[in-house]
Design a protein around this ligand. Structure first.
Ligand SMILES: NC(=O)c1ccc[n+]([C@@H]2O[C@H](COP(=O)([O-])OP(=O)(O)OC[C@H]3O[C@@H](n4cnc5c(N)ncnc54)[C@H](O)[C@@H]3O)[C@@H](O)[C@H]2O)c1
Length: 312
């Protein structure tokens, strides 16, 4: 028995990267997964990969910032798999004109960025929550006796009716220069997650956010190959107390836990899955890095793209 047998999930941006890892993991644990993504070719491959591993998945092409797509994906998951239990809201891969301060960013880029980073998550929940309620708790879930602490009375509250996991970032917790759209958007994901947790907790639906550190995905790998080198990658790894950067499976493992029945008392939280990167004091990291950088002047990272964020 997989822990999500009989349940169904939507993973937005599930064709590649972190979303791809989440879709594979939920499917490996028994969920039927609908991948919603703008990249049709990668989406078809992602579905085949899950099929080949013995899982169940379908693909829907669409931009999740559009209300019609958010509503259609919920209709499709219910018509294909009969119910909706899990929603992983992950789609985002930046785009042109997203870098900059408030002075530099153009109003159109601001609106487009916010529509995807934040608006899509509102839309996803808007249509998914009623479908989760309609589906009810997974039929195999046994509530057991509602007793304990000597004070419990009446009917037990709804539990395990649904799970929403929103992808924030360490950029939602800490702030990089000239990144207004991404940092404001990912911070807003955390606020939105708390609001949804309060609103949907009484329905038995938990809502949590994950803040990944640097996760090397297919696209990230390409970027590193283009502009980075081994010494630069090592510098990145040295920033992490665990001395490595992450892989999509690291995030998928956390998503699967938050989606499980074991996590039913966890809601409104932001879980940093970042190898400890956000717990360190910056001045120590800077000074520790100094010696390494001086010893490795040839190092290159994906920051060496000319889009530099620093001002001396
Ligand atoms: N990779 C990292 O280091 C990292 C770190 C922190 C947070 N994150 C967050 O994790 C999420 C996934 O990032 P990733 O690195 O896996 O990105 P990625 O580029 O590898 O994959 C993103 C996927 O989302 C899809 N997508 C983009 N816009 C879409 C839209 N409008 N509608 C539907 N699908 C769309 C893309 O086609 C792609 O398949 C993002 O929210 C990102 O901000 C990533």
């Amino acid at each position: 028995m997989g822990r999500f047998d009989g349940r169904s999930a939507i993973v937005t941006g599930g064709a590649l990267g972190i979303g791809g890892g989440c879709a594979r993991r939920l499917a490996a644990d028994g969920a039927s997964v609908l991948i919603v993504d703008v990249n049709e070719e990668a989406g078809a491959k992602a579905v085949n990969r899950i099929d080949d591993a013995g899982g169940i998945a379908e693909f829907m092409a669409g931009d999740v910032a559009q209300a019609s797509v958010a509503s259609e994906m919920v209709e499709k998951v219910v018509s294909s798999f009969g119910r909706l239990d899990l929603l992983v809201q992950n789609a985002y891969n930046g785009g042109p004109d997203t870098a900059g301060s408030a002075v530099e960013v153009k109003p159109e880029a601001w609106h487009t960025g916010m529509d995807l980073l934040v608006g899509a998550l509102y839309l996803g929940a808007k249509y998914a929550v009623p479908a989760m309620e309609e589906s009810g708790a997974d039929p195999s879930f046994d509530q057991g006796a509602w007793e304990g602490a000597g004070r419990r009375h009446g009917e037990p509250p709804a539990q395990n009716v649904g799970r929403i996991v929103n992808m924030s970032s360490v950029h939602g917790l800490l702030t990089a220069p000239r990144s207004l759209i991404y940092e404001a958007g990912k911070a807003a994901v955390i606020g939105l997650t708390k609001q949804m947790a309060v609103d949907f907790g009484p329905l038995g639906i938990t809502v949590n956010a994950i803040a990944p550190g640097h996760i090397v995905t297919e696209r990230g790998n390409e970027m590193w190959n283009e502009v980075g080198n081994d010494a630069g990658f090592r510098l990145f790894e040295l920033h992490y107390p665990v001395r490595r950067t992450g892989v999509p499976e690291d995030i998928a493992n956390a998503v699967a836990f938050l989606c499980s029945n074991e996590a039913s008392f966890i809601t409104g939280q932001v879980l940093a899955v970042d190898g400890g990167m956000t717990i360190q004091l910056q001045e120590n990291i800077v000074m520790d890095s100094k010696d390494y950088i001086v010893a490795n002047p040839e190092l290159r990272t994906h920051f060496d793209t000319g889009r530099g964020t620093s001002r001396w």
